[in-house]
Structure formats: C-alpha cells, structure tokens
Design a protein around this ligand. Structure first.
Ligand SMILES: Cc1cc2nc3c(=O)[nH]c(=O)nc-3n(C[C@H](O)[C@H](O)[C@H](O)COP(=O)(O)OP(=O)(O)OC[C@H]3O[C@@H](n4cnc5c(N)ncnc54)[C@H](O)[C@@H]3O)c2cc1C
Length: 294
C-alpha cells in the first residue's frame, strides 16, 4: 500500500526539529529509522500530515561514558550498539540484545530511540533499559525532563513522550563488577520475541548481589520489571538454587496472553522461567569474570 500524502521536513538542529514539533504537534510524526513508522504509514494506520526527519541531526548518534554513566543518543542504530566494543566491555547486555533484533537491514536503519518511543511490548530494548535501571531524556522547546525506564512505558504502543517532545538520550549507571545478559525466544531468527528476558546485576566483594534488574519483553501489555524475581536475589549470593527460585518468581508475576502465533499464556510463562534462569546464569558468570579481572 501507499501512504497518504505528507509534507517532509529534515531539520539539521534539535531546536529546529522542536520548532516544527511545536508548530505541527499531533499532525506530525518524528521519523527516525522508519522501521516501524513507515510500515504503519503504508498500512495507513498512521497518516501524519508532516514528517519531521531526525536523520540530519547527526550528533544524536553517540555512545559515551561520563562519570560512571553510559549515555546513548536516541538516533544510535541497533547495529552501532551491536558493534560497539565499548559496550561489549562495559554493558554487554546492550550489544547482545541488539544482535537479536530483526535482520541486518532493520539493525542498520532502526534506532534505539525509535524503538523505545514506539513502545511495542514485544520489542527488545524496553526490557533491557528497565533491567539497566535506565533514564530517558525528553527534550522540548521548554527544556528537558528525565523519565525513569519504569515510568516510560504507559501502555501497549504508548510511551511517556508528549507530542511536543523528542527522546534525545538514554543513560544508565555502570559499575565495574556488573554483568548482564539478554535471552530471547523467537520462532525463527529475526522474529519479535515470544519471550525476552533482560538481566543485569552487580556483585559486591563477597559475591553478594547488591543490585539486580530483570526486565521482560512480550509477556505483558508493556515491557515490565520482574520485581518479585529481583527480590529473591537482592542482598543474597546468586547461587544456582536462588536463580532457579527467581526464575520461578518471574514466571509467576508476568502476565502473558494466549496468541495463535507464539503460543499459549501457559507456554510463555514456562518459557519466562527457562529464559530468566538462562539470562541470570549468564549475567552472574559475566559479573564473576569481571571481578576476577579486577
Ligand atoms: C522486519 C522487522 C523486524 C523487526 N524485528 C524486531 C525485533 O526482533 N526486535 C525489536 O525490538 N524490534 C524489531 N523491529 C522493530 C525495529 O526495532 C524498529 O527499528 C523500531 O521499532 C523503531 O525504530 P526506528 O528508529 O525505526 O523508529 P521509527 O519507525 O522511525 O519511529 C517509530 C516511532 O517512534 C517515534 N520516534 C522515533 N524516534 C523518536 C524520538 N527520538 N523522539 C520521539 N519520537 C520518536 C516515531 O514518530 C514513531 O512513532 C523489527 C522491524 C521490522 C520492520
């Protein structure tokens, strides 16, 4: 199908983009990688009168570490994250998750910011950013505000971004002895998750889990945090037994629905258990390896 007609603008500064957004508000849509928006426009499920393309604002594409915080620009492509040796070293959960998104074409065009704002509960980034305890910077012509990842996903396909705002940065704290992993069940390579589990944790000098984040994809109306599973591990040594207990808790607290393509709610719960265990075991291994390297 062909989209309805629209006006196209390609600002070169954030200020210019925000001015367009103020002028056109809900008649407009931001264009990032176009991997979700363009299919929706072709199906006429979205028909903006104005398309505000962010692709010429090149400084929104970056990965940098500053004062213990990792900062990622919203226009950073999935592939840039997948290929970042800095992230493989400091927060491996991100490139690991990126490598499982769609196919090379989607990863070369799609951006982390576009994916987060699109807020598809079966997308991968939301679970990862929740597990990392991330924050999202929203810019508007009246300033900036920070939203915690836990508050960002309002409903299926609805994020906290207002019509006059642009997501500009994703940030999270990094510690030296942390490990993370993203485990995804997909029907075939490149598919959206049947179940996705993101686990990020840090260990203190005696091997006790002093912080833990577990985010889930595809098993609730939004990406969600598995708080009961986290509580099993927080302040305890992450033994195999405790990890199994945490995985059971995650399966109990998620809210999947039956779907004809990816299976029953019961099946998805069982898979949350398996994949939470897998992600946590890998996260612990990685954190321990980093502790040994210290
Ligand atoms: C074949 C295929 C397979 C896929 N498989 C997966 C997968 O396995 N896992 C997965 O997670 N995703 C998958 N995706 C989705 C993909 O990750 C998209 O890249 C992502 O959903 C949207 O990012 P984008 O940069 O393309 O955003 P766009 O499509 O350009 O925009 C998406 C929405 O966000 C808004 N927006 C974009 N950027 C901003 C911003 N900075 N501030 C405010 N609003 C903004 C747009 O207005 C639009 O409403 C797949 C997509 C396709 C086509």
């Amino acid at each position: 199908m062909v989209p309805r007609g629209f006006e196209y603008v390609a600002p070169t500064t954030l200020q210019e983009a925000l001015t367009y957004l103020d002028r056109y508000r809900s008649d407009s849509k931001i264009l990032a990688g176009g991997q979700s928006l363009i299919p929706l426009m072709k199906l006429r499920l979205a028909s903006p009168k104005y398309l505000i393309d962010l692709n010429r604002i090149s400084w929104l594409d970056y990965i940098r570490e500053e004062g213990g915080w990792m900062k990622i620009g919203s226009m950073t492509r999935h592939h840039t994250i997948e290929a970042s040796s800095q992230l493989w070293h400091r927060a491996e959960i991100l490139p690991e998750a990126a490598s499982m998104i769609g196919d090379p074409q989607v990863r070369n065009s799609g951006t982390i910011g576009g994916s987060l704002v699109h807020a598809d509960p079966s997308a991968d980034w939301g679970a990862v950013i929740i597990a990392l305890g991330g924050s999202l910077k929203l810019s508007s012509s009246s300033g900036e505000r920070m939203v915690r990842a836990d508050d960002f996903f309002v409903d299926s396909l609805t994020s906290a971004v207002k019509t006059n705002e642009i997501l500009t940065e994703i940030s999270f704290q990094v510690s030296k002895v942390c490990g993370g992993s993203y485990a995804k069940l997909e029907r075939k390579s490149g598919d959206f998750a049947t179940v996705g589990v993101a686990a990020q944790l840090s260990l203190d000098s005696s091997g006790v889990c002093d912080s833990v984040g577990i985010g889930l994809s595809s098993v609730a109306p939004t990406n969600v945090r598995a708080t009961k599973a986290e509580a099993v591990l927080k302040g305890n040594e992450p033994t195999k037994l405790r990890i199994a207990e945490a995985a059971k808790a995650a399966a109990g607290e998620c809210k999947p629905s039956d779907d004809p393509l990816r299976g029953s709610a019961e099946y998805k719960r069982a898979m949350v258990r398996v994949f939470t265990e897998r992600a946590l075991n890998r996260a612990v291994e990685r954190a321990k390896r980093k502790a040994e390297e210290q």
